[in-house]
Design a binder for this molecule. Structure first.
Ligand code: PMP
Length: 411
């Protein structure tokens, strides 16, 4: 392993993140399970990209079949991209009926930002102050882990990310203030981009209706509501989309990570008028986006979600997981958070974020063969986000292991 770390540092350069103090060298995956180079097996309770399970044979076969038949791009006619977008838009309401397939969530969000500019003629944009929307120049300006060189540009306003006890009115008031500032500065408002479960913010327990006042404020100012569904989308939270759960109607949604079970596919879906404004304002072509192999991967992933009823499964398993999480008793756990198969525990000591403890717990869980992660402003929130086909027995295994590992840190 140390050879591999040295090779990585030499070839990839410095500061390339790995998980864990002692990183894992994974060589194989199947369903909920991963194996490392020593043959050790891990239960994957972290990765949302292998949405229907690692290396699902139906998706693998569809990719292989299409790769052996034809792979071009969307300048030639092909049914694959249309079938995929037909099926996705059928799960979305609110007139979200037209889409562009791209390769990453960052690209999708980049387009969403440009759509908002095309519709409004304005550039002002709002996001939360503890989020991540991507790695392009424009989306990185809305991403707060590392501030952009030169600082945040003046057309970007970041409002305080909600906590579980933030009121809807308080959050909306910050948004209204940001809108007023953008208008006063002459940028106007193009829109607000947000993840409807505030995943990177730390998954606060906000209730349906939480964003109603915010959405009203954005709309009243002529802005668009851009929902980044990269994390909650495709059923993770027991409903097809995070905005379904929050009961809001976006103008644009962006999709990514789980969309093709690991094949690099993402998309932006908009209403017809929004798409028309975008297509009029910008020429857009994406060489790889929507290619026949990617489309086959999406369609096969959707096949499995539908055939195995994974959205309802996520709801049922999410209830089981949250019941088990709430039953955990440990002095450092101050809150259980979650929604469907996206859940976690806030760790604090003496009212302060217990980040060091969270790091140790994640590392020891890995040593015990269960992969989980951390989120939140202080990275002190344990994060569990398994592939959707997880069983109740596997959830029990993960949470029993968590109870044991936490138990070794009772002091
Ligand atoms: N939006 C959210 C909410 C994300 O969590 C991420 C990735 N972590 C992205 C966008 C960017 O997606 P990608 O890495 O595919 O560009």
């Amino acid at each position: 392993m140390s050879d591999l770390l040295t090779r990585r540092a030499q070839r990839l350069g410095p500061n390339v993140p790995t998980f864990y103090d002692r990183p894992v060298h994974l060589v194989r995956g199947e369903g909920l399970w991963l194996w490392d180079d020593t043959g050790k097996r891990y239960l994957d309770c972290y990765n949302n990209v292998p949405h229907v399970g690692h290396c699902h044979p139906h998706v693998v076969a569809a990719i292989a079949r299409q790769a052996g038949t034809l792979n071009t791009h969307t300048r030639y006619l092909h049914t694959g991209v249309l079938d995929a977008l037909d099926r996705i838009t059928a799960t979305l309401g609110h007139g979200l009926s037209q889409g562009i397939m791209v390769c990453t969530g960052s690209e999708a969000n980049d387009i969403a930002l440009r759509m908002a500019q095309a519709v409004t003629g304005a550039t002002g944009i709002i996001a939360t102050d503890n989020t991540y929307h991507g790695n392009t120049t424009a989306t990185a300006q809305l991403s707060t882990r590392r501030p952009p060189i030169g600082g945040y540009p003046p057309h970007v306003r970041l409002v305080p990310a909600p906590e579980s006890n933030t009121s809807a009115e308080n959050f909306a008031a910050h948004v209204a203030k940001a809108i007023a500032e953008l208008q006063a500065a002459g940028f106007g408002l193009s829109g607000m981009m947000l993840c409807p479960v505030f995943a990177n913010e730390g998954l606060p327990n906000v209730a349906p209706g939480f964003l109603n006042a915010t959405v009203r404020a954005v709309r009243d100012a002529g802005g668009l509501v851009l929902c980044d569904e990269v994390q909650p989308g495709f059923g993770r939270c027991g409903q097809w989309w995070g905005h379904d759960w929050l009961e809001i109607a976006p103008d644009v949604v962006t999709l990514g990570k789980p969309m093709a079970n690991g094949h690099p596919v993402a998309a932006v879906i908009a209403t017809e008028p929004v798409m028309q404004a975008f297509r009029t304002a910008f020429g857009y072509f994406n060489t790889f986006g929507g290619n026949p192999v990617s489309a086959a991967a999406v369609n096969a992933t959707l096949d499995v979600i539908e055939a195995d009823d994974l959205v309802n499964h996520a709801a049922a398993m999410g209830r089981h997981a949250l019941d088990r999480m709430h039953a955990l008793s440990h002095p450092a756990i101050t809150e259980i958070r979650g929604n469907g198969l996206f859940f976690g525990a806030v760790l604090e000591r003496d009212g302060q974020p217990a980040t060091a403890l969270a790091i140790r717990i994640v590392e020891e869980m890995k040593d015990r063969g269960v992969l989980i992660g951390r989120i939140g402003r202080h990275m002190n929130i344990l994060k569990m986000r398994p592939p959707l086909p997880i069983t109740a027995g596997q959830i029990d295994l993960a949470i029993n292991t968590l109870a044991d590992v936490l138990g070794a840190h009772e002091e």
